[in-house]
Ligand binder design. Structure first.
Ligand code: AMP
Length: 518
């Protein structure tokens, strides 16, 4: 691979690249940059994480005409998040080019700032299709000087139903413009756009385009013993992590997971479509800066998220298709860093997991949850670290308070410290119990629910719709554990599990009558 200096980029851009610490172009950059610089139309078949943003941003910035203070480049991205990130990348590179002014226009934000940016001579406009259409209709986005259009994540725009808007926008732009199309996959409608709107394009598809980055260590945990939210929390506590991105299928689950994590003292926030744009941006900024350990997101909200410190992607729920899985895990292991991707898998999803493995071209190793001993050791270490950090600083009046507690009340120092720890920590225990390791769940056959197989199943004692389980308070049973065990054991979705009552020595749970058809 050549170094950046061999590409014909202006010195201001080369120093911006050097300032970011990049020494070599990525394959998509090496393949795309010379052609865009030469004015050719290009198709880049690359996904997020390959360096595709710089692949189009650098040569397009290089080609801006300093004499024209009007939009020259229009970049369309499927989501506000991605548009924001592309704009940020462009601005970062454009530092040394005074004529390269970037405006971002997307829905959900006010028009005023966007209009001001456009009027103040923006030369690069990044936006989402809907809002770009609005500005074109209102005449607030001038197209007379547009020389280049970029479609970023075109397959995603198709998936989100924006392709007609994109076609409409294409019709409004000057015919002789240059065009760059980026897409991780090339479904029919995208190929058709390429055929109709690109002029003799060069297609660049770096080796294994849509496969997962090899720097991501992929693992899966087959559900057993506890529910997925509890499992996610244990994974996060048990692994060496920096930033963690957890994906859930529903918005409701983002809140459930974040709440469970916060209850364990982990700094977690949700990122979902219910949040106003400003709040989402603030959360991502905090996460990026290290002020948050975990972001719990849905696919739509996290699309295009580019935060280099993400060390782990955790799929609480597997996505619906392998492409989305590959997109998700591409949020970690960015640009040569190593990363881990862990998925919670229901035994019924085993076949789908194999499909993902084939599609990503990488094995997904089975793992166990970190043991209670590991988690407890880490909790102990974290606790000690926090106390020691405090003890290092000025303790002010608390030091005196502690001294008088010990001296005046004759309190044993160990008990004094423990009492304070209990005060701070609340009534919950600091340490967790071992996750029960039941056998691999199997659906019981009709009529054979009792008296066969492992112990957990034998404990089901059916009386009408209420089932009795031989575990209760004395065994440390808690509702979450029972839901998890039943969901795994019978392959039931959590919502099918009814009221749970825990007594001292046993518990009851209401299950659907048509259990075998669930
Ligand atoms: P992208 O595929 O555009 O989302 O970029 C993925 C990540 O790679 C971003 O964090 C970029 O900052 C980083 N990156 C882009 N180009 C390079 C390069 N040549 N060397 C190292 N990192 C890069």
């Amino acid at each position: 691979m050549s170094a950046f200096d061999e590409l014909d980029l202006p010195p201001a851009l080369l120093s911006a690249i050097a300032a970011r610490g990049y020494t070599e172009p990525t394959p998509i950059q090496a393949g795309i940059i010379p052609h865009v610089l030469a004015g050719r139309d290009v198709i880049g078949q690359a996904q997020t994480g390959t360096g595709k943003t710089a692949a189009f941003a650098l040569p397009l910035l290089a080609r801006l005409d300093p004499a024209v203070a009007a939009p020259q480049v229009l970049i369309l991205a499927p989501t506000r998040e991605l548009a924001g990130q592309v704009a940020e990348t462009c601005s970062a590179y454009a530092g040394g080019l005074p004529h390269a002014k970037v405006a971002t226009i997307y829905g959900g934000a006010g028009y005023r700032d966007q209009l001001r940016a456009l009027r103040q001579g923006a030369t690069v406009v990044v936006g989402t299709p809907g809002r770009v259409m609005d500005h074109l209709r209102r005449g607030t986005l001038e197209t007379g000087s547009l020389r280049c259009l970029v479609l970023d994540e075109a397959d995603e725009m198709l998936r989100m139903g924006f392709i007609e808007d994109v076609e409409w926008i294409l019709e409004q732009l000057p015919r002789d413009r240059q065009m760059a199309l980026f897409s991780a996959t090339m479904p029919g409608p995208i190929r058709s756009i390429a055929k109709r709107h690109l002029d003799d394009p060069i297609a660049v598809r770096p080796a294994s385009p849509s496969t997962a980055a090899t720097t991501v260590d992929q693992r899966c945990w087959f559900m057993r013993g506890c529910d997925k939210t509890e499992a996610v929390a244990r994974m996060i506590e048990g692994e060496e992590t920096d930033g963690v991105l957890v994906f859930t299928r529903t918005k409701a689950a983002t809140t459930e997971v974040a709440t469970a994590l916060v209850a364990r003292g982990i700094q977690a926030e949700v990122l979902n479509g219910d949040m106003p744009q400003e709040r989402r941006e603030a959360v991502v900024a905090r996460f990026r800066a290290g002020g948050l350990d975990v972001l719990v997101a849905t696919d739509v909200a996290a699309r295009g998220l580019d935060v280099p410190r993400i060390s782990h992607v955790i799929n609480r729920d597997l996505p619906g298709d392998p492409e989305t899985y590959i997109h998700r895990i591409g949020r970690t292991g960015r640009a040569g860093r190593s990363g881990a991707a862990i998925s919670c898998v229901h035994p019924r999803e085993r076949g789908f997991l194999r499909t993902i493995e084939r599609r990503s071209g990488q094995p997904i190793a089975e793992m166990e949850l970190p043991s209670a001993a590991t988690i407890n050791r880490r909790r102990g270490e974290r606790f000690a670290a926090r106390v020691l950090a405090q003890a290092d600083g000025d303790l002010g009046q608390f030091e005196q308070l502690a001294a008088s507690l010990i001296a005046e009340h004759g309190l044993d120092p160990v008990r004094a410290v423990a009492a304070m720890a209990r005060l701070i920590h609340g009534s919950d225990e600091l340490f967790v119990d071992e996750v029960p390791r039941t056998r691999e769940p199997r659906r019981p056959a009709a009529g054979k629910r009792e008296g066969r197989g492992d112990g957990a199943r034998r404990q089901l004692d059916r009386s009408g719709l209420r089932f009795r389980l031989d575990v209760g308070h004395v065994h440390g049973a808690r509702p979450g554990m029972i839901v998890g065990a039943i969901a795994n054991e019978l392959g039931l979705p959590g919502h099918a599990i009814g009221a749970i009552r825990i007594h001292d020595a046993y518990a009851t749970v209401v299950l659907p009558e048509d259990l075998d058809r669930q």
